[in-house]
Design a protein around this ligand. Structure first.
Ligand SMILES: NC(=O)c1ccc[n+]([C@@H]2O[C@H](COP(=O)([O-])OP(=O)(O)OC[C@H]3O[C@@H](n4cnc5c(N)ncnc54)[C@H](OP(=O)(O)O)[C@@H]3O)[C@@H](O)[C@H]2O)c1
Length: 270
């Protein structure tokens, strides 16, 4: 998809991957609808883009709430129209074992990213289908391909997001709407401050893979939108880990268990 002049809605635009992607899209000439909960952060970014000659508007909403999503979508359609592309970058979730996770937090982990992507897509899909073209791009975590210990609710939400993305791609085949997944390794964003305790649980194996900046991921997302790619995994070293999971699941599991965060009741033998 050619991005110049196109309307792109980015969720998670107040921080990290979504924030950097929004700026990169503005640079490519896209018009932007910025969505997240923090109004001031969205408005500051919208102002920055406008002062550079671009077009951006803030639509604060808690995307885990279907009513808030419906209201946000009505406002976007009324003021800017139906987006040509959606970038789903909103997401959160601490890394916790099941018995460490309060039930309400387990629900919140599913609300963003999974339900956020579901509800936002649902809100705009009829208009996109009518137009007969568009791109839905989902940012996902390596956890969606290879689970690791000590982050059960987080991992489950990323598998839900992966299932949603892959099912949606099949549903929309032949409609003119492409569905794209960008899976990024560890990104130096505020995610790690927003979700304390996660950094300590990154498997040592994953520490061998170089970190990314939000800007590097943003470049990949913009290219994926332009090419309407199916799946992009960055950095390349992560693709090796990914390839291992379906073909040698026991080996992949043993590697992440040996190098991962150990359950306090786990013995030394896996
Ligand atoms: N950082 C990494 O290493 C990495 C790597 C691969 C994939 N990912 C995934 O990519 C996603 C974004 O990560 P990030 O690094 O950009 O994290 P981040 O800097 O913490 O940004 C998360 C964004 O999601 C928004 N958000 C969270 N809950 C929301 C809700 N209920 N409603 C609306 N917006 C919500 C936040 O905005 P408000 O607080 O303003 O609502 C923020 O803009 C996450 O799902 C993460 O798992 C991250």
């Amino acid at each position: 998809m050619r991005l110049s002049g196109r309307l792109v809605l980015v969720t998670g635009a107040s921080s990290g991957i979504g924030w950097a992607t929004t700026r990169r899209l503005a640079h490519a000439g896209a018009r932007l609808a910025l969505v997240a909960r923090r109004r001031e952060a969205l408005e500051a970014l919208a102002r920055e883009i406008q002062s550079g000659g671009g077009m951006a508007r803030a639509y604060p909403a808690d995307l885990g709430d279907p009513t808030a999503v419906r209201r946000m979508a009505e406002a976007v359609r009324r003021e800017l129209g139906v987006p040509d592309a959606l970038v789903h970058a909103a997401g959160a979730g601490r890394w916790l074992f099941v018995e460490e996770t309060p039930p309400e937090e387990a629900v919140r982990m599913m609300q963003a990213p999974y339900f956020a992507a579901f509800f936002v897509t649902q809100a705009f899909l009829p208009g996109m289908l009518e137009r007969g073209r568009g791109v839905v791009c989902v940012i996902n975590s390596p956890a969606a391909l290879q689970p690791w210990p000590g982050a059960t609710g987080y991992v489950a939400a990323r598998w839900a997001l992966r299932g949603f993305t892959e099912a949606l791609r099949l549903d929309l085949r032949g409609t003119g709407i492409a569905v794209c997944s960008v899976v990024a390794g560890r990104v130096r964003s505020a995610y790690w401050q927003h979700n304390p305790g996660a950094i300590e649980r990154v498997p040592r194996l994953a520490r061998l893979i170089p970190d990314l900046t939000p800007e590097a991921v943003a470049r990949v997302v913009v290219r994926a939108l332009e090419k309407e790619s199916r799946l992009v995994v960055v950095p390349w070293a992560l693709r090796v880990m990914y390839a291992l999971h379906p073909f040698a699941p026991r080996l992949a599991e043993a590697l992440v268990w040996r190098t991962g965060y150990r359950h306090p009741r786990a013995g030394r033998r896996g």
